[in-house]
Design a protein around this ligand. Structure first.
Ligand SMILES: [Zn+2]
Length: 217
């Protein structure tokens, strides 16, 4: 069942791997959808499987408590991170967790990315915070990531990687690329020792735009 949803997860996971957002079997991708009785389900990549040989039926379907509804394989060990985000962020329908190079540089340095680019604020909600370190798959990691996300669509994870959300999978993947671009720009601007942040008035207007589209209020 749910072939179109599983296909979307598979296609995005393979794209994420091919474009270098993860190395090996790391990272995970999920899509939230409703079943025929209106229950929220989540299609998610399995634990520890290479992306290039991953098949449609390797994608696991779980409920919002992380319990497996369909599939033979174990869902990602970071499944709770995805389901807890969906519980809090009602407008989010796709979550992508990656280990990108420039995002990881910022996350290792423990630096927050201030609002430096227009599209960063309109698409991801502003500054990019770094979630405090916690072991992968632990409830503490989920709590730290939710705190770093706040109302925004992207965060970095200390000594680990990045996480992005979107209303759709396409949007989440765009944010995946946008976060890495923003991190790369910030790393080079820091190297040039001259970081100019966006004017406060621009950030305010762009945050209002973001909240109108993505705000949960
Ligand atoms: Zn990870």
């Amino acid at each position: 069942m749910w072939e179109p949803q599983k296909q979307e997860v598979l296609d995005t996971a393979q794209k994420m791997s091919q474009r270098g957002f993860v190395v090996g079997t790391s990272g995970n991708v999920s899509l939230r959808f409703k079943d025929s009785v209106g229950r929220d389900l989540v299609a998610i990549t399995p634990s520890g499987r290479p992306y290039d040989t991953m098949k449609l039926n390797d994608i696991v379907v779980v409920d919002l408590d992380g319990l497996r509804v369909e599939g033979e394989l174990s869902p990602s060990i970071e499944t709770m991170l995805h389901t807890e985000i969906y519980k809090v962020r009602k407008k989010a329908n796709a979550v992508i967790h990656t280990h990108p190079v420039y995002g990881s540089i910022i996350a290792v340095a423990g630096l927050e990315i201030p609002a430096i680019l227009d599209d960063q604020v309109t698409q991801m909600g502003g500054e990019i915070k770094v979630a405090r370190y916690a072991l992968s798959g632990s409830p503490e990691m989920t709590a730290n990531v939710l705190a770093a996300l706040g109302p925004r669509n992207a965060a970095l994870m200390a000594n680990h990687g990045a996480i992005v959300l979107g209303k759709s999978m396409q949007e989440a993947f765009t944010n995946c690329q946008l976060l890495e671009k923003t991190a790369q720009v910030y790393v080079f601007a820091l190297a040039l020792k001259n970081v100019t942040t966006l004017p406060a008035e621009a950030t305010e207007v762009e945050k209002a735009f973001f909240n109108a589209v993505y705000g949960e209020g």
